[in-house]
Ligand binder design. Structure first.
Ligand code: BES
Ligand code: MN
Ligand code: ZN
Length: 497
Protein backbone atom coordinates (compact mmCIF):
# COMPACT_ATOMS: atom_id res chain seq x y z
CA UNK A 1 0.00 0.00 0.00
CA UNK A 2 1.16 3.51 -0.82
CA UNK A 3 0.48 6.65 1.13
CA UNK A 4 -0.22 9.97 -0.54
CA UNK A 5 -0.63 13.34 1.16
CA UNK A 6 -2.11 15.99 -1.11
CA UNK A 7 -3.15 19.58 -0.65
CA UNK A 8 -6.07 19.14 -3.06
CA UNK A 9 -9.33 17.31 -2.40
CA UNK A 10 -9.66 13.65 -3.44
CA UNK A 11 -10.52 13.36 -7.13
CA UNK A 12 -12.86 10.92 -8.82
CA UNK A 13 -10.23 9.07 -10.78
CA UNK A 14 -8.06 8.36 -7.78
CA UNK A 15 -10.38 6.98 -5.14
CA UNK A 16 -12.45 3.84 -5.06
CA UNK A 17 -13.77 4.68 -1.64
CA UNK A 18 -14.19 7.96 0.15
CA UNK A 19 -13.98 7.96 3.95
CA UNK A 20 -16.29 10.46 5.63
CA UNK A 21 -16.14 10.88 9.40
CA UNK A 22 -19.24 12.34 11.06
CA UNK A 23 -20.52 13.22 14.53
CA UNK A 24 -23.93 12.42 16.01
CA UNK A 25 -25.08 16.03 15.41
CA UNK A 26 -25.18 15.33 11.66
CA UNK A 27 -23.48 18.62 10.74
CA UNK A 28 -21.82 18.22 7.35
CA UNK A 29 -18.59 19.87 6.27
CA UNK A 30 -16.18 19.64 3.36
CA UNK A 31 -16.80 16.76 0.98
CA UNK A 32 -19.62 15.38 3.11
CA UNK A 33 -21.60 18.53 2.58
CA UNK A 34 -20.90 18.54 -1.17
CA UNK A 35 -21.82 14.89 -1.63
CA UNK A 36 -25.01 15.45 0.32
CA UNK A 37 -26.13 18.47 -1.69
CA UNK A 38 -25.13 16.92 -5.02
CA UNK A 39 -27.14 13.78 -4.21
CA UNK A 40 -30.48 15.11 -2.95
CA UNK A 41 -29.63 15.15 0.78
CA UNK A 42 -28.40 11.56 0.72
CA UNK A 43 -26.53 11.81 4.03
CA UNK A 44 -29.08 14.00 5.83
CA UNK A 45 -31.73 11.44 4.97
CA UNK A 46 -29.65 8.64 6.44
CA UNK A 47 -29.61 10.57 9.71
CA UNK A 48 -33.36 11.24 9.46
CA UNK A 49 -34.13 7.56 8.89
CA UNK A 50 -31.62 6.59 11.62
CA UNK A 51 -29.80 4.31 9.19
CA UNK A 52 -26.71 6.17 10.26
CA UNK A 53 -26.47 8.03 13.55
CA UNK A 54 -22.77 8.94 13.83
CA UNK A 55 -22.25 6.87 16.98
CA UNK A 56 -18.61 6.29 17.85
CA UNK A 57 -17.23 3.34 15.88
CA UNK A 58 -20.37 2.87 13.74
CA UNK A 59 -20.09 2.68 9.97
CA UNK A 60 -22.34 2.74 6.93
CA UNK A 61 -21.25 1.91 3.41
CA UNK A 62 -22.98 3.72 0.55
CA UNK A 63 -22.81 2.20 -2.92
CA UNK A 64 -23.46 3.86 -6.20
CA UNK A 65 -23.32 7.46 -5.03
CA UNK A 66 -24.17 9.13 -8.32
CA UNK A 67 -22.68 12.61 -8.07
CA UNK A 68 -19.29 13.22 -6.53
CA UNK A 69 -15.69 12.07 -6.46
CA UNK A 70 -16.39 8.43 -5.59
CA UNK A 71 -19.20 5.92 -6.12
CA UNK A 72 -18.38 4.23 -2.84
CA UNK A 73 -18.62 6.29 0.34
CA UNK A 74 -17.93 4.95 3.81
CA UNK A 75 -19.49 6.92 6.66
CA UNK A 76 -17.74 6.48 10.01
CA UNK A 77 -19.15 7.70 13.32
CA UNK A 78 -17.25 9.86 15.81
CA UNK A 79 -19.95 10.12 18.50
CA UNK A 80 -20.71 13.41 20.26
CA UNK A 81 -18.75 16.33 18.88
CA UNK A 82 -17.97 17.73 22.35
CA UNK A 83 -16.44 14.51 23.71
CA UNK A 84 -14.57 13.30 20.61
CA UNK A 85 -10.98 12.65 21.71
CA UNK A 86 -7.97 10.54 20.75
CA UNK A 87 -9.66 7.29 21.77
CA UNK A 88 -12.71 8.09 19.65
CA UNK A 89 -10.45 8.79 16.68
CA UNK A 90 -8.55 5.52 17.13
CA UNK A 91 -11.82 3.59 17.33
CA UNK A 92 -13.07 5.31 14.18
CA UNK A 93 -9.80 4.63 12.34
CA UNK A 94 -9.96 0.94 13.29
CA UNK A 95 -13.61 0.69 12.22
CA UNK A 96 -12.88 2.46 8.93
CA UNK A 97 -9.94 0.16 8.21
CA UNK A 98 -12.04 -2.93 8.93
CA UNK A 99 -15.01 -1.85 6.80
CA UNK A 100 -12.75 -0.74 3.98
CA UNK A 101 -11.31 -4.25 3.91
CA UNK A 102 -14.80 -5.64 3.29
CA UNK A 103 -14.89 -3.73 0.01
CA UNK A 104 -12.85 -4.48 -3.11
CA UNK A 105 -11.51 -0.90 -3.09
CA UNK A 106 -8.02 -0.46 -4.45
CA UNK A 107 -7.73 3.14 -3.28
CA UNK A 108 -9.21 5.24 -0.52
CA UNK A 109 -9.22 8.94 0.19
CA UNK A 110 -10.42 11.35 2.82
CA UNK A 111 -10.60 15.06 3.58
CA UNK A 112 -11.03 14.28 7.29
CA UNK A 113 -7.89 16.16 8.31
CA UNK A 114 -9.45 19.43 7.25
CA UNK A 115 -13.14 18.67 7.87
CA UNK A 116 -12.89 17.09 11.34
CA UNK A 117 -11.67 18.85 14.50
CA UNK A 118 -11.00 16.82 17.63
CA UNK A 119 -10.36 17.95 21.19
CA UNK A 120 -6.90 16.61 21.93
CA UNK A 121 -5.46 15.57 18.56
CA UNK A 122 -3.95 17.76 15.88
CA UNK A 123 -4.01 17.02 12.14
CA UNK A 124 -0.61 15.32 12.19
CA UNK A 125 -1.67 12.97 14.98
CA UNK A 126 -4.95 12.20 13.23
CA UNK A 127 -3.04 11.39 10.04
CA UNK A 128 -0.60 9.20 11.98
CA UNK A 129 -3.35 7.05 13.49
CA UNK A 130 -5.40 6.75 10.32
CA UNK A 131 -2.39 5.83 8.16
CA UNK A 132 -1.22 3.32 10.75
CA UNK A 133 -4.61 1.64 11.22
CA UNK A 134 -5.38 1.37 7.53
CA UNK A 135 -1.92 0.12 6.62
CA UNK A 136 -1.95 -2.32 9.57
CA UNK A 137 -5.29 -3.75 8.45
CA UNK A 138 -3.70 -4.74 5.11
CA UNK A 139 -1.44 -7.29 6.83
CA UNK A 140 -1.73 -10.89 5.62
CA UNK A 141 0.59 -13.69 6.60
CA UNK A 142 1.82 -15.32 3.39
CA UNK A 143 5.22 -16.79 4.22
CA UNK A 144 4.35 -20.46 4.66
CA UNK A 145 4.01 -22.67 1.64
CA UNK A 146 0.34 -23.53 1.24
CA UNK A 147 -2.12 -24.69 -1.38
CA UNK A 148 -4.66 -22.30 0.07
CA UNK A 149 -3.03 -18.91 -0.37
CA UNK A 150 -4.25 -16.12 1.89
CA UNK A 151 -6.42 -13.61 0.10
CA UNK A 152 -4.24 -10.60 -0.68
CA UNK A 153 -5.49 -7.24 0.45
CA UNK A 154 -6.79 -5.10 -2.42
CA UNK A 155 -6.01 -1.61 -1.13
CA UNK A 156 -3.08 -0.08 -2.98
CA UNK A 157 -3.28 3.56 -1.98
CA UNK A 158 -4.50 5.86 0.76
CA UNK A 159 -4.75 9.58 -0.02
CA UNK A 160 -5.27 12.18 2.67
CA UNK A 161 -5.78 15.80 1.81
CA UNK A 162 -4.74 18.67 4.01
CA UNK A 163 -4.14 22.40 3.71
CA UNK A 164 -0.77 23.84 2.67
CA UNK A 165 0.00 25.20 6.13
CA UNK A 166 -0.15 21.75 7.70
CA UNK A 167 1.33 19.78 4.85
CA UNK A 168 4.71 19.25 6.47
CA UNK A 169 3.65 18.05 9.95
CA UNK A 170 0.82 15.98 8.45
CA UNK A 171 3.20 14.26 6.04
CA UNK A 172 5.59 13.58 8.91
CA UNK A 173 2.82 12.20 11.13
CA UNK A 174 1.33 10.06 8.37
CA UNK A 175 4.76 8.70 7.44
CA UNK A 176 5.43 7.82 11.07
CA UNK A 177 2.13 5.94 11.26
CA UNK A 178 2.70 4.24 7.94
CA UNK A 179 6.28 3.17 8.77
CA UNK A 180 5.08 1.95 12.18
CA UNK A 181 2.52 -0.27 10.42
CA UNK A 182 5.23 -1.65 8.11
CA UNK A 183 7.42 -2.32 11.15
CA UNK A 184 4.52 -4.10 12.85
CA UNK A 185 4.01 -6.22 9.73
CA UNK A 186 7.69 -7.23 9.76
CA UNK A 187 7.41 -8.09 13.47
CA UNK A 188 4.22 -10.09 12.90
CA UNK A 189 5.79 -12.02 10.03
CA UNK A 190 8.75 -13.06 12.19
CA UNK A 191 6.50 -13.94 15.13
CA UNK A 192 4.12 -15.98 12.99
CA UNK A 193 6.81 -17.90 11.14
CA UNK A 194 7.14 -21.55 12.15
CA UNK A 195 9.93 -22.21 14.64
CA UNK A 196 11.60 -24.73 12.32
CA UNK A 197 12.04 -21.85 9.86
CA UNK A 198 12.57 -18.90 12.19
CA UNK A 199 15.79 -20.02 13.89
CA UNK A 200 18.56 -17.84 15.36
CA UNK A 201 20.39 -18.12 12.02
CA UNK A 202 17.26 -16.99 10.18
CA UNK A 203 17.01 -13.97 12.48
CA UNK A 204 20.65 -13.10 11.79
CA UNK A 205 19.84 -13.17 8.05
CA UNK A 206 17.04 -10.67 8.69
CA UNK A 207 19.55 -8.20 10.06
CA UNK A 208 21.62 -8.54 6.89
CA UNK A 209 18.50 -7.97 4.74
CA UNK A 210 17.66 -4.82 6.68
CA UNK A 211 21.18 -3.46 6.23
CA UNK A 212 20.91 -4.22 2.48
CA UNK A 213 17.50 -2.62 2.12
CA UNK A 214 18.07 0.67 3.94
CA UNK A 215 20.76 3.34 4.09
CA UNK A 216 22.98 3.98 7.13
CA UNK A 217 22.93 0.49 8.66
CA UNK A 218 25.81 -1.72 9.71
CA UNK A 219 25.44 -5.16 11.24
CA UNK A 220 27.50 -7.22 13.61
CA UNK A 221 26.67 -10.89 14.12
CA UNK A 222 28.37 -13.00 16.76
CA UNK A 223 28.40 -16.78 16.39
CA UNK A 224 28.88 -19.14 19.35
CA UNK A 225 32.69 -19.03 19.07
CA UNK A 226 32.66 -15.25 19.33
CA UNK A 227 30.31 -15.49 22.30
CA UNK A 228 32.65 -17.97 24.01
CA UNK A 229 35.51 -15.51 23.55
CA UNK A 230 33.48 -12.79 25.25
CA UNK A 231 32.50 -15.15 28.07
CA UNK A 232 28.77 -15.13 27.36
CA UNK A 233 28.18 -18.20 29.51
CA UNK A 234 24.57 -17.28 30.28
CA UNK A 235 23.41 -16.92 26.67
CA UNK A 236 25.33 -20.05 25.65
CA UNK A 237 23.77 -22.08 28.49
CA UNK A 238 20.39 -21.62 26.81
CA UNK A 239 21.41 -22.77 23.32
CA UNK A 240 23.51 -25.66 24.70
CA UNK A 241 20.68 -28.16 24.31
CA UNK A 242 19.74 -27.13 20.79
CA UNK A 243 20.98 -28.19 17.38
CA UNK A 244 20.47 -24.57 16.36
CA UNK A 245 23.45 -22.37 17.24
CA UNK A 246 22.79 -19.10 19.07
CA UNK A 247 23.42 -15.70 17.49
CA UNK A 248 23.96 -12.28 18.99
CA UNK A 249 22.79 -9.79 16.40
CA UNK A 250 23.47 -6.05 16.40
CA UNK A 251 21.93 -3.63 13.87
CA UNK A 252 23.49 -0.20 14.05
CA UNK A 253 21.57 2.69 12.49
CA UNK A 254 23.38 6.02 12.33
CA UNK A 255 21.15 9.03 11.69
CA UNK A 256 22.21 11.91 9.47
CA UNK A 257 24.01 13.91 12.14
CA UNK A 258 25.92 10.84 13.34
CA UNK A 259 26.45 12.42 16.70
CA UNK A 260 25.07 11.61 20.11
CA UNK A 261 24.89 8.41 22.07
CA UNK A 262 22.46 5.84 20.70
CA UNK A 263 19.17 4.51 21.95
CA UNK A 264 19.76 0.76 22.27
CA UNK A 265 16.96 -1.80 22.01
CA UNK A 266 17.60 -5.36 23.19
CA UNK A 267 15.17 -8.09 22.15
CA UNK A 268 14.65 -11.56 23.60
CA UNK A 269 14.91 -13.87 20.62
CA UNK A 270 14.15 -17.33 21.96
CA UNK A 271 12.99 -18.88 18.71
CA UNK A 272 11.37 -21.76 20.56
CA UNK A 273 11.03 -22.24 24.31
CA UNK A 274 10.35 -25.82 25.37
CA UNK A 275 11.46 -24.90 28.88
CA UNK A 276 14.55 -27.09 28.42
CA UNK A 277 15.07 -29.80 31.06
CA UNK A 278 12.45 -27.98 33.21
CA UNK A 279 10.17 -28.84 30.30
CA UNK A 280 6.81 -27.12 29.80
CA UNK A 281 3.49 -28.93 29.53
CA UNK A 282 2.64 -29.86 25.96
CA UNK A 283 -0.70 -28.04 25.80
CA UNK A 284 -0.29 -24.86 23.78
CA UNK A 285 3.45 -25.32 23.56
CA UNK A 286 3.33 -24.30 19.90
CA UNK A 287 2.78 -20.75 21.14
CA UNK A 288 6.32 -20.71 22.46
CA UNK A 289 7.36 -19.97 18.88
CA UNK A 290 6.31 -16.44 19.87
CA UNK A 291 9.07 -16.31 22.48
CA UNK A 292 11.09 -14.24 20.00
CA UNK A 293 8.52 -11.46 19.75
CA UNK A 294 10.75 -9.05 21.69
CA UNK A 295 13.38 -9.62 19.01
CA UNK A 296 10.70 -9.33 16.31
CA UNK A 297 9.71 -5.91 17.66
CA UNK A 298 13.37 -4.82 17.45
CA UNK A 299 13.51 -5.93 13.80
CA UNK A 300 10.20 -4.16 13.17
CA UNK A 301 11.52 -0.94 14.65
CA UNK A 302 14.72 -1.17 12.60
CA UNK A 303 12.62 -1.58 9.43
CA UNK A 304 10.56 1.48 10.29
CA UNK A 305 13.69 3.46 11.18
CA UNK A 306 15.18 2.45 7.84
CA UNK A 307 12.11 3.84 6.07
CA UNK A 308 12.00 7.08 8.05
CA UNK A 309 15.77 7.76 8.33
CA UNK A 310 15.35 9.89 11.49
CA UNK A 311 18.05 12.10 12.99
CA UNK A 312 18.97 9.82 15.85
CA UNK A 313 21.26 6.86 16.39
CA UNK A 314 19.51 3.59 17.18
CA UNK A 315 21.05 0.19 17.77
CA UNK A 316 18.91 -2.93 17.76
CA UNK A 317 20.41 -5.94 19.49
CA UNK A 318 18.86 -9.41 19.45
CA UNK A 319 19.88 -12.30 21.67
CA UNK A 320 18.76 -15.32 19.65
CA UNK A 321 18.74 -18.89 20.94
CA UNK A 322 16.53 -21.97 21.04
CA UNK A 323 15.72 -23.58 24.41
CA UNK A 324 15.64 -27.38 24.01
CA UNK A 325 16.12 -30.41 26.31
CA UNK A 326 19.06 -32.60 25.31
CA UNK A 327 22.14 -34.39 26.63
CA UNK A 328 24.05 -31.15 26.40
CA UNK A 329 21.29 -28.96 27.82
CA UNK A 330 21.69 -27.03 31.07
CA UNK A 331 20.43 -28.80 34.18
CA UNK A 332 18.66 -27.32 37.21
CA UNK A 333 21.52 -26.85 39.66
CA UNK A 334 24.10 -25.89 37.05
CA UNK A 335 26.20 -22.85 37.92
CA UNK A 336 27.30 -20.68 35.02
CA UNK A 337 29.36 -17.51 34.62
CA UNK A 338 27.85 -14.61 32.71
CA UNK A 339 29.81 -12.14 30.58
CA UNK A 340 29.70 -9.68 33.50
CA UNK A 341 31.58 -12.20 35.65
CA UNK A 342 28.55 -12.68 37.91
CA UNK A 343 27.69 -16.34 38.51
CA UNK A 344 24.19 -17.75 38.22
CA UNK A 345 22.67 -20.89 39.69
CA UNK A 346 20.16 -22.16 37.15
CA UNK A 347 17.30 -23.46 39.28
CA UNK A 348 14.82 -23.61 36.42
CA UNK A 349 15.92 -23.94 32.79
CA UNK A 350 12.56 -22.44 31.75
CA UNK A 351 13.69 -19.06 33.12
CA UNK A 352 15.93 -18.73 30.05
CA UNK A 353 14.90 -15.32 28.74
CA UNK A 354 16.77 -13.51 31.50
CA UNK A 355 19.83 -15.66 30.76
CA UNK A 356 20.04 -14.63 27.12
CA UNK A 357 19.25 -11.02 27.99
CA UNK A 358 21.74 -10.57 30.80
CA UNK A 359 24.71 -11.18 28.51
CA UNK A 360 23.19 -8.94 25.84
CA UNK A 361 22.83 -6.18 28.46
CA UNK A 362 26.49 -6.54 29.41
CA UNK A 363 27.43 -6.52 25.72
CA UNK A 364 25.63 -3.23 24.95
CA UNK A 365 27.66 -1.25 27.52
CA UNK A 366 30.23 -0.80 24.75
CA UNK A 367 27.88 1.50 22.83
CA UNK A 368 27.73 4.02 25.73
CA UNK A 369 23.97 4.24 25.17
CA UNK A 370 21.77 7.18 26.15
CA UNK A 371 19.16 4.60 27.11
CA UNK A 372 18.70 0.84 26.82
CA UNK A 373 15.24 -0.72 26.52
CA UNK A 374 14.97 -4.48 26.59
CA UNK A 375 11.84 -6.10 25.23
CA UNK A 376 10.94 -9.65 26.22
CA UNK A 377 8.14 -12.18 26.44
CA UNK A 378 9.67 -12.84 29.82
CA UNK A 379 7.11 -14.17 32.30
CA UNK A 380 3.73 -15.85 32.48
CA UNK A 381 3.36 -13.88 35.73
CA UNK A 382 3.19 -10.65 33.72
CA UNK A 383 0.18 -12.03 31.83
CA UNK A 384 -1.48 -12.81 35.17
CA UNK A 385 -0.74 -9.29 36.44
CA UNK A 386 -1.70 -7.16 33.42
CA UNK A 387 -3.51 -9.45 30.99
CA UNK A 388 -3.40 -8.92 27.25
CA UNK A 389 -3.78 -5.16 26.94
CA UNK A 390 -0.85 -3.54 28.68
CA UNK A 391 2.84 -4.34 28.79
CA UNK A 392 4.80 -3.95 32.03
CA UNK A 393 7.63 -1.46 32.31
CA UNK A 394 10.41 -1.68 34.88
CA UNK A 395 13.59 0.34 35.09
CA UNK A 396 16.26 2.19 37.03
CA UNK A 397 15.56 5.68 35.66
CA UNK A 398 12.27 7.43 36.40
CA UNK A 399 12.55 9.74 33.38
CA UNK A 400 12.82 6.78 31.00
CA UNK A 401 9.94 4.95 32.67
CA UNK A 402 7.81 8.10 32.39
CA UNK A 403 8.85 8.58 28.75
CA UNK A 404 7.78 5.03 27.94
CA UNK A 405 4.47 5.43 29.75
CA UNK A 406 3.83 8.63 27.83
CA UNK A 407 4.84 7.05 24.51
CA UNK A 408 2.40 4.24 25.31
CA UNK A 409 -0.45 6.68 25.78
CA UNK A 410 0.35 8.66 22.63
CA UNK A 411 0.64 5.55 20.48
CA UNK A 412 -2.21 3.61 22.08
CA UNK A 413 0.30 0.79 22.72
CA UNK A 414 0.04 1.02 26.48
CA UNK A 415 2.54 0.16 29.16
CA UNK A 416 2.28 0.41 32.95
CA UNK A 417 5.07 0.87 35.53
CA UNK A 418 5.73 -1.87 38.05
CA UNK A 419 7.71 -1.76 41.34
CA UNK A 420 11.19 -3.24 41.70
CA UNK A 421 12.55 -2.57 45.20
CA UNK A 422 15.40 -4.28 47.05
CA UNK A 423 12.85 -6.36 49.01
CA UNK A 424 12.23 -8.29 45.82
CA UNK A 425 15.93 -8.64 44.98
CA UNK A 426 16.37 -10.87 48.03
CA UNK A 427 14.19 -13.54 46.39
CA UNK A 428 17.09 -14.19 43.99
CA UNK A 429 19.55 -15.16 46.75
CA UNK A 430 21.46 -18.37 46.07
CA UNK A 431 23.56 -20.54 48.38
CA UNK A 432 25.85 -21.56 45.53
CA UNK A 433 26.30 -18.57 43.19
CA UNK A 434 25.92 -14.79 43.05
CA UNK A 435 22.25 -15.24 42.26
CA UNK A 436 19.62 -17.78 41.28
CA UNK A 437 17.78 -17.44 37.98
CA UNK A 438 14.34 -17.64 39.62
CA UNK A 439 12.79 -15.93 42.63
CA UNK A 440 9.92 -18.24 43.56
CA UNK A 441 6.21 -18.07 42.73
CA UNK A 442 5.45 -14.65 44.18
CA UNK A 443 5.96 -11.55 42.00
CA UNK A 444 7.41 -13.52 39.09
CA UNK A 445 7.48 -10.62 36.63
CA UNK A 446 9.16 -8.40 39.22
CA UNK A 447 11.89 -10.85 40.24
CA UNK A 448 12.66 -11.45 36.55
CA UNK A 449 13.14 -7.69 36.13
CA UNK A 450 15.25 -7.64 39.34
CA UNK A 451 17.49 -10.28 37.80
CA UNK A 452 18.03 -8.15 34.68
CA UNK A 453 18.63 -4.99 36.74
CA UNK A 454 21.81 -6.57 38.12
CA UNK A 455 23.31 -6.42 34.64
CA UNK A 456 22.16 -2.87 33.94
CA UNK A 457 23.46 -1.02 36.98
CA UNK A 458 25.53 1.43 34.91
CA UNK A 459 22.91 1.91 32.22
CA UNK A 460 19.85 4.14 31.85
CA UNK A 461 17.76 1.01 31.51
CA UNK A 462 14.15 -0.03 31.16
CA UNK A 463 12.62 -3.46 30.64
CA UNK A 464 9.34 -4.18 28.87
CA UNK A 465 7.66 -7.49 29.68
CA UNK A 466 5.46 -8.09 26.63
CA UNK A 467 4.36 -11.66 27.42
CA UNK A 468 0.69 -10.61 27.47
CA UNK A 469 0.56 -8.36 24.41
CA UNK A 470 2.86 -9.83 21.76
CA UNK A 471 0.42 -12.36 20.34
CA UNK A 472 -3.22 -13.45 20.37
CA UNK A 473 -4.33 -17.00 21.11
CA UNK A 474 -7.40 -18.91 19.95
CA UNK A 475 -9.25 -18.17 16.71
CA UNK A 476 -7.20 -15.02 16.07
CA UNK A 477 -3.93 -16.70 16.89
CA UNK A 478 -1.07 -14.58 15.61
CA UNK A 479 1.56 -12.01 16.46
CA UNK A 480 0.24 -8.49 17.14
CA UNK A 481 3.22 -6.38 16.07
CA UNK A 482 3.30 -4.75 19.49
CA UNK A 483 5.20 -2.99 21.02
CA UNK A 484 6.54 -1.52 17.75
CA UNK A 485 4.19 1.52 18.03
CA UNK A 486 5.33 2.19 21.60
CA UNK A 487 9.02 1.94 20.72
CA UNK A 488 8.64 4.08 17.60
CA UNK A 489 6.92 6.79 19.62
CA UNK A 490 9.58 6.58 22.33
CA UNK A 491 12.37 6.94 19.75
CA UNK A 492 10.59 9.82 18.01
CA UNK A 493 10.43 11.64 21.33
CA UNK A 494 14.16 11.12 21.93
CA UNK A 495 15.11 13.02 18.74
CA UNK A 496 16.82 16.24 19.76
CA UNK A 497 15.75 19.22 17.64
N1 BES B 1 8.71 -17.51 27.58
C1 BES B 1 8.31 -17.77 28.91
C2 BES B 1 7.32 -16.75 29.43
C3 BES B 1 5.92 -16.88 28.91
C4 BES B 1 5.09 -17.88 29.35
C5 BES B 1 5.43 -15.95 28.05
C6 BES B 1 3.79 -17.96 28.89
C7 BES B 1 4.14 -16.01 27.59
C8 BES B 1 3.32 -17.02 28.01
C9 BES B 1 9.52 -17.74 29.82
O1 BES B 1 10.70 -18.17 29.28
C10 BES B 1 9.21 -18.65 30.94
O2 BES B 1 9.09 -19.82 30.72
N2 BES B 1 9.08 -18.09 32.15
C11 BES B 1 8.75 -18.84 33.30
C12 BES B 1 9.62 -18.35 34.43
C13 BES B 1 9.57 -19.22 35.64
C14 BES B 1 10.21 -20.56 35.36
C15 BES B 1 10.28 -18.51 36.76
C16 BES B 1 7.27 -18.62 33.60
O3 BES B 1 6.79 -17.49 33.42
O4 BES B 1 6.61 -19.56 33.97
MN1 MN C 1 10.95 -20.25 29.44
ZN1 ZN D 1 10.91 -17.99 27.29
Amino acid sequence: MKLNIATSLPKSTTNDCLLIFLFTDGKLKGLARKIDSDNNNLIKELYASEDFDGKSGSTSLLHNVKAGPSKRVLLVGLGERASADANVWKRAATAAAKELNNTPSTSAGSDCLVSVKLNDLNMAQMAEHLAREIAHAQYRFTLHPSQMPNAESTLQQLSLSCDKANNEPVTKGAMHGFATAQGMAAARDLGNLAPNICTPTYLADQAISIADAYANFTTEILDENAMHELGMGALLSVSAGSEQPARLIAMNYQGKKRAGSPVVLVGKGVTFDTGGISIKGSEGMDEMKYDMCGAASVFGVMHAIGMLQPDINVIGVVAAAENMPDGRASRPGDVITSMSGKTIEILNTDAEGRLVLCDALTFVHKYKPSSVIDIATLTGACVVALGHHTSAVFGNNQETIDALKNAGELSGDKTWPMPMGSEYQAQLDSNFADMANIGGRAAGAITAACFLSRFAEDLNWAHLDIAGIAWNSGKDKGATGRPVPLLMKYIEQQIKP
